[in-house]
Design a protein. Structure first.
Length: 73
């Protein structure tokens, strides 16, 4: 499954909101040294009920707009 995601780092808490066909993901991790990307992958894996290694960022590692692939079992 391919998911378009907009990431909002430095939020008060982690949460996901669906907005205009995209997911808006609030993360409490800062956007420094890839910490927000790692937090995004872990949070998305938890949200979809898959392992962390089954979630990858396809496009947008250095951008707030990302394309994430979630591989189902």
């Amino acid at each position: 499954m391919i998911v378009n995601v907009k990431v909002v780092p430095n939020a008060k808490r982690n949460k996901i909101i669906e907005e205009n066909g995209k997911l808006k993901v609030y993360l409490n991790a800062p956007a420094v040294d890839g910490k927000a990307n790692q937090a995004l992958l872990e949070f998305m894996a938890e949200h979809y009920g898959v392992k962390r290694r089954q979630v990858t960022i396809i496009r947008g590692e250095r951008n707030r707009e990302k394309v994430v692939e979630v591989k189902a079992i």
